[in-house]
Design a protein. Structure first.
Lengths: 139, 146
């Protein structure tokens, strides 16, 4: 009897929680927003007409060793500290291109976070820093 | 004395969960990203979970303060804390550097030791509350509202 009542309470609590959650989902949509990767190749990036803000999403030690000229180091670890520098570097009409190592997913995660802040032209460099270095060995 | 300790522990745990729920509702998109970062659920389910969990935390936290539903709510909270702990452990083992998504803290690198210790303490408290609510019922089976 006691357990029956408690099981009933458990279901009631879950149901009560589900009502506002469903209302919120109804309002926001039952499916998550599509996260388009917005990839860009090195040669396309070099032909871009708009000024570029380069964001290096690799760890700080890799950034210190070498990075694209003018890039700022912004990754999950230093997000809070480095984010103000992105706001300083950005101006309307500029493209933000995020890169990391060829086999990492950090650039997509950082690009997604930057997009969530309201920046619209945020791209991910395909092939990462290595692709850039290959195309620009003297830079 | 025991009653007072019980009251304080229930109140603290309830407040933590109600606060955590509100913080997540205020930033559902950010919490969805945190859930995704665990790589445990497909995006669609992570989206639904990110909308459902905050309300479950608020409702269950509030119910912990209401005597009739204390046993059920402490059971749900214990299960939730077990789930959180397992998810954190799994992310730690897989070497992810993620945000906990627990109490709205963000930006800092994963401090798994702190997150897990905090969850472990809350789990112990909720298990204690569950056990004591269970014992109360076992000793007074005829009283429906204990």
């Amino acid at each position: 009897m006691v357990w029956q009542r408690q099981i009933k309470y458990t279901f009631i609590l879950v149901a009560i929680s589900a009502i506002p959650a469903l209302a919120q989902l109804f309002y926001c949509g039952f499916f998550p927003p599509v996260d388009i990767p917005f990839g860009i190749r090195v040669e396309e990036a070099q032909k871009l007409q708009t000024p570029i803000v380069w964001v290096d999403a690799r760890p700080e030690d890799a950034f210190q060793r070498a990075h694209i000229t003018g890039a700022l180091n912004l990754n999950q670890t230093n997000w809070d500290q480095a984010l103000p520098r992105l706001f300083e570097a950005y101006a309307p009409g500029r493209s933000i291109i995020v890169y990391c190592s060829p086999d990492c997913s950090e650039s997509e995660e950082i690009a997604s976070r930057i997009r969530n802040l309201g920046f619209d032209q945020v791209l991910v460099l395909e092939g990462g820093y290595d692709a850039w270095k290959e195309a620009n060995p003297n830079l | 004395m025991k009653k007072r300790a019980h009251f304080i522990l229930s109140g603290c745990l309830a407040l933590v969960f109600i606060y955590a729920g509100f913080i997540k509702i205020m930033g559902t998109s950010s919490f969805y990203e945190d859930v995704r970062a665990y790589h445990l659920l497909p995006d669609e389910w992570a989206w639904i979970w990110a909308h459902f969990l905050p309300w479950l935390e608020i409702v269950t936290g509030s119910a912990l303060l209401a005597t009739p539903a204390r046993l059920a709510s402490s059971l749900i909270l214990s299960l939730l804390l077990l789930l959180f702990t397992s998810a954190l452990l799994s992310a730690w083992i897989r070497g992810f550097n993620i945000e906990c998504g627990c109490l709205g803290e963000g930006g800092s690198p994963s401090n798994y030791t702190w997150y897990l210790s905090r969850d472990a303490v809350m789990l112990l408290v909720s298990l204690y509350l569950f056990r004591s609510a269970f014992t109360q019922r076992a000793t007074a089976p005829s009283s429906p509202n204990l």
